[in-house]
Write a new protein. Sequence first.
Length: 284
Amino acid sequence: MEDTFLDTNGIRLHGIQAGPGNGPLVVLLHGFPEFWYGWRHQIMPLAQAGFRILAPDQRGYNLSDKPKGVKAYRLEELSRDIIGLLDTLGKQTCYLVGHDWGAAVAWNVAMAYPHRIEKLVIMNVPHPAVMLSFLRKNPRQMLKSWYIGFFQIPGLADWLLRANDCAGAARLLAGSGKSSTFTEEELREYKQAWSKPQTLTSMIHWYRALVRYPPVLPVDQRIHIPVLMLWGKQDIALSYEMAQLSIEFCDQGKLIFFEKASHWVQHDEAEKVNRYLLDFLGGD
């Protein structure tokens, strides 16, 4: 795996690259509160299959730039970061894979820049239109999404997650998965990333920007490229009821449920997830 820094959309993002330079490009987008390390189980299997992998630390995370202010973390800016990465690499298109917030960015990129994405893989995040509808009308999902409101309190969430060597952030991450999802060694890697200056605040700004600057969905909200959705049913934050409604927004969509997996499906079911990825990305 190769460390790299790439200029995009007026900032510089750190990332990991792997695989043959002339292989089809697969961009892996992590979510909150991970960084490129969230794809540790997928990077080498995909690279060894002949794909060129880019797993960036998205803006605000780990070694990437951390622009000041909430407005810098609007979904439109996050999406432009990904298109800018393709431009910097000289690639017209890529395969795009996203989990959690990375999946929210991936959905938006696929709607706003459909000509730049060959295939889309989404893990445990609904289509934006479905998510907005459930947040407004579904009491169970409103309760599950309590943390979005908590993150709006200036400074409080930042301090609570950062205190005592990021113990709060580690509890949040570990508690949202199964007992086997994250080892102590892996949590130490996350703590190292979170402890960098301004990182936790920048990460939380993604949620603040979502509320203060809600994204404007395009007129055409359908996804016209092939889509694979992988969903762990034991997700404590996002109801699996949204998955089928999301795949109905896709012209060529396939939905796979993992009955025993948590929100962190790419960790809990790494081998199965990798087989589905290779089959989908390598198929016609």
